[in-house]
Design a protein around this ligand. Structure first.
Ligand code: ADP
Ligand code: MG
Length: 205
């Protein structure tokens, strides 16, 4: 079972990963966007980390709802409300439970991805974060490592696509040949799940 501490570790691992990869995310966004995706994500996850310390949410659902709220209020770009919706929807789906199963988490994240699709109107193949998140939640039944690998493959598969949503779509055919920044950050967030799980094993729980 996954407890509140697992969800805190997930968000902390995501924040650390975003810090490490911020320059790469911004470089990708400078090719087909406005060169702010790394700084947007860093600002958002810095706020998430601070809020988790200050407010100490005490259920898995509360951790995700708080994190989602921070992303919506601090990120500023298109990705903020989209990631905020992912985490808030997932958090609401987890309800008040003190511990949740991996299957419940998978179902909650599927609901979150549906929220992103509704809010942003993107479908798979439109060269957005959806291209990493949809295969990731489909692979979650096979474990966190499989989900991380699926997200990574999904992000890489955005390179030959032409963007049909978001700022990159303004470039038309010129968006072809570059990996989507949001799909890339999504792969980081999903990979952080396996990191959070590995930390439990390390501590011998
Ligand atoms: P902005 O485009 O406002 O500068 P960011 O640079 O932070 O915001 O995020 C850009 C990323 O957001 C894109 O790479 C894409 O993955 C994602 N994105 C943009 N619009 C949409 C949308 N309508 N649906 C899903 N994802 C989107
Ligand atoms: Mg941008």
């Amino acid at each position: 079972m996954l407890d509140t501490d697992f969800f805190r570790r997930w968000m902390t691992a995501a924040a650390a990963s975003v810090d490490r990869e911020a320059e790469r995310l911004t470089a990708l966004d400078s090719a087909i966007g406005d060169a702010d995706h790394g700084s947007n994500m860093q600002r958002g996850f810095t706020a998430v980390r601070a809020a988790l310390e200050k407010e100490a949410p005490d259920t898995p659902g509360a951790v995700l709802i708080l994190a989602g709220r921070q992303l919506i209020s601090t990120v500023g770009g298109a990705s903020g409300p989209l990631y905020g919706t992912l985490l808030r929807r997932a958090g609401k789906a987890l309800g008040e439970a003190a511990e949740v199963s991996e299957e419940q988490l998978a179902e909650a994240l599927r609901a979150g991805v549906e929220g992103i699709k509704q809010l942003g109107g993107a479908a798979p193949g439109d060269k957005t974060m959806v291209d990493a998140l949809v295969p990731a939640v489909e692979a979650l039944g096979d474990g966190f490592a499989a989900a991380g690998a699926a997200a990574e493959r999904g992000a890489e598969a955005t390179t030959p696509l032409q963007a049909r949503k978001g700022r990159a779509s303004y470039l038309g055919e010129r968006s072809i040949g570059h990996q989507d920044p949001g799909a890339t950050s999504s792969a980081l967030l999903i990979a952080a799940l396996a990191e959070a799980a590995a930390e439990t094993e390390d501590s011998g729980e």
